[in-house]
Design a protein around this ligand. Structure first.
Ligand SMILES: Nc1ncnc2c1ncn2[C@@H]1O[C@H](COP(=O)(O)OP(=O)(O)OP(=O)(O)O)[C@@H](O)[C@H]1O
Ligand SMILES: [Mg+2]
Length: 455
């Protein structure tokens, strides 16, 4: 069953239930009010008659007096303490046969006689502060059945109109509400059939739950599109980058096959080139795998890391391996962050490796802490990066000078891996550089790792 039909049926059922209760309430209140009016009217009439006789100074009720108050299908009678009728005037002989009742207090009742309903009232008459007689008046309640029928038909008609309007309104409303959902379902079906992710057009600007739903869906799709794009780019970049060494290896192998073995110098050169390119390919494949795993990584093995200690020991190790001047500066006390130690080490090595590769003078490493963030600065006084290239160096396979990078053995993947790792830590990496003067890399890591990320 469609959700719109379900909403419609449920709201209408609820409305019918409410209408039923309201109709019963209205009906009984109305009938009671009508009865009360009749009753009050008769009691008033009884009091008037009693008062009239008092004014005349006697309790003798004359027929003439009573006839003035007699209406259709009624009686007025005086009843003594033994419920014996003392005096009675009536125009309805059947009604007059009803047994008289003495009552010491004012009372009223509605009585069914045959097909008709009659209102009875009894009002006590006092003589010297004691009740001596009862004035009993009965009268047919005229038109009650007609009023009742009319009321019932009005209530039925109003209820039917309300239910019809509710059904129509409910249908309209649920269509309005369901429209964005239907659109979403259609888009999802399209995506399923075509395999191409696409976003939903959001018309509704009222920032309600449906807007949030569509917005979340669109954000999810955008991410998916980005990922697909990145994957495509990755495959094309990687195949393009691997093509060059393969071409070099292929051509040298061909050269060797044709005439290399006879020419010792040539064969040495060819073997050297093939070896170099093979090594480069090996490094590149390893880095590519590393990059792919960093991109797919969503969780980190976070623990407390003494950043000062890590940087100092890495600087010391590289200093002795490369025989370079690497100076280490630190803030007191040591900077401790929540991070994935191995990954952070990887980033520092990538940055230090660049500084070593692209400079000859000293390298300075600084660790400090400011406003909930840890900062690592790696500064070199080397060849620097031209201004127009700085914006691109985080792109995969981007190298400022391809020939030079070939010499230095770079793949152009180091900084893109560093960027991914820093983003995973909700931190970042920035580079300031001046060509011919040197480069300064800034790594920022929040002291406390936040597991939730705003989307
Ligand atoms: N400290 C630096 N000084 C000068 N140029 C730099 C420096 N760091 C990076 N670069 C430039 O940015 C480019 C990209 O650096 P990245 O580390 O991503 O790749 P790579 O060093 O060429 O290769 P690898 O993947 O082996 O690290 C480098 O090729 C280089 O041209
Ligand atoms: Mg590098």
């Amino acid at each position: 069953m469609k959700i719109t039909t379900k909403i419609n049926i449920l709201t209408t059922a609820w409305l019918v239930f409410i209408l039923l209760i309201m109709n019963v309430l209205v009906f009984f209140t109305f009938m009671k009010t009508i009865g009360n009016i009749e009753e009050r009217f008769l009691i008033q009439k009884a009091h008037e008659i009693i008062k009239k006789t008092e004014n005349q100074g006697s309790r003798v009720l004359t027929k003439d007096l009573l006839e003035v108050y007699l209406s259709d299908h009624s009686f007025i009678r005086l009843v003594d303490k033994n419920s014996v009728v003392i005096k009675q005037i009536t125009d309805d002989q059947d009604l007059a046969k009803v047994k008289a009742e003495f009552s010491p207090k004012e009372e009223s009742e509605l009585r069914q006689i045959g097909e008709e309903q009659f209102q009875f009232v009894r009002v006590p008459i006092l003589t010297n502060q004691t009740v001596s007689y009862t004035m009993e008046i009965a009268q047919r309640v005229s038109g009650l059945e007609v009023k009742k029928d009319k009321l019932l038909s009005i209530l039925a008609a109003c209820s039917a109109i309300t239910i019809l309007l509710s059904l129509a309104g409910g249908r309209l409303l649920s269509n309005v509400i369901m429209k964005p959902i239907s659109r979403m379902i259609r888009t999802m079906e399209d995506i399923e059939q075509s395999g191409v992710p696409k976003t939903i057009f959001i018309q509704n600007q009222s920032k309600d739950e449906l807007y949030t739903l569509a917005n979340t869906f669109n954000r999810m799709i955008s991410r998916l599109q980005e990922n697909i794009e990145r994957q495509k780019q990755f495959v094309s970049d990687a195949s393009h980058e691997l093509k060059t060494p393969i071409t070099v290896i292929g051509s040298y192998a061909n050269l060797l096959r044709r005439r290399g073995l006879k020419n010792e110098k040539l064969s040495k050169e060819a073997i050297e080139a093939i070896h170099q390119e093979a090594m480069r390919m090996q490094k590149m494949t390893e880095t590519l795998l590393d990059l792919a795993s960093s991109e797919n990584e969503t969780s980190l093995h976070v623990k407390k890391v003494n950043l000062t200690q890590v940087c100092e020991s890495l600087a010391r190790q590289l200093k002795s391996i490369y025989k370079r001047e690497i100076l280490f500066h630190q803030d007191n006390p040591p900077v401790v962050v929540e991070a994935d130690e191995l990954k952070i080490k990887q980033v520092i090595i990538i940055v230090l490796d660049n500084a070593i590769k692209y400079s000859k003078a000293k390298i300075e490493v600084t660790v400090r802490q400011r406003e909930g963030q840890a900062f690592i600065h790696v500064k070199d006084y080397g060849i620097g990066i031209p201004e127009e290239d700085v914006a691109h160096i985080f792109e995969r396979f981007y190298r400022v000078d391809k020939a030079r990078s070939r010499e230095t053995g770079g793949t152009g993947l180091g900084l893109s891996i560093a960027k991914i790792i820093m983003k995973l830590h909700r931190g970042d990496i920035d580079i300031k550089s001046r060509e011919g003067k040197g480069t300064e890399v800034e790594l920022r890591i929040p002291i406390f790792y936040q597991t939730t990320q705003e989307v």
